[in-house]
Design a protein. Structure first.
Length: 188
């Protein structure tokens, strides 16, 4: 009798252990997340329309198991600081978060982008003129985005984002948008 468990032909021992470790590592964030990420598709696409510039982008940013540099560059440009024109790298895991959020919503409309990357000058200006802008905003690092999903409840979008527990989530009902970022898990 073998001391090692038998694995289905399509599942090696190494893959089994990787999945098991993923489940254990994800226990603090919920087993659902670890399992959902493990089964993420080989192609991930997000669509955007920028509310300030009117620009649109359908981004196949992850194909055949890897992030697509050319596509990421187009995302960086679309999510630039529209006030200054400054372009900054956007965290690819932010796109993964958006992909997961849209998949869970079951809603296929493009994300309406209110704010992506913010330059230090723009962030400082917004801190002077707008309530609730953080001095060390994740927008400054390309790790945050303010969005809505046209035709889908923004309150519900915020609930779904909080349920992912993959970063910060802020719901702004008066301005009708949700902030998501790839920082530590926190809600406001």
């Amino acid at each position: 009798m073998s001391r090692h468990p038998q694995f289905p032909k399509d599942q090696s021992r190494r893959r089994f252990l990787a999945r098991a470790c993923g489940v254990v590592a994800g226990a603090g964030m919920g087993t659902r997340l670890a399992l959902a990420e493990d089964s993420a598709p080989e192609r991930r696409t997000v669509c955007f329309v920028h509310t300030h510039t009117g620009e649109r982008l359908t981004a196949d940013y992850f194909v055949a198991g890897r992030y697509e540099p050319g596509c990421l560059a187009r995302v960086n440009y679309l999510l630039r600081d529209f006030r200054t024109g400054d372009v900054h790298p956007i965290d690819p895991t932010l796109l993964d978060l958006l992909f997961s959020l849209q998949t869970r919503s079951g809603h296929e409309a493009p994300y309406a982008v209110i704010s992506g990357y913010r330059s230090p000058a723009t962030n400082a200006m917004l801190r002077r003129t707008t309530e609730g802008v953080a001095s060390h905003s994740m927008h400054l690092q390309g790790r945050a985005i303010d969005i809505r999903l046209p035709g889908y409840s923004t309150a519900r979008l915020g609930e779904l984002a909080r349920g992912l527990a993959r970063g910060g989530v802020g719901f702004y009902p008066r301005s009708d948008f949700v902030h998501v970022d790839t920082g530590r898990v926190r809600f406001w």
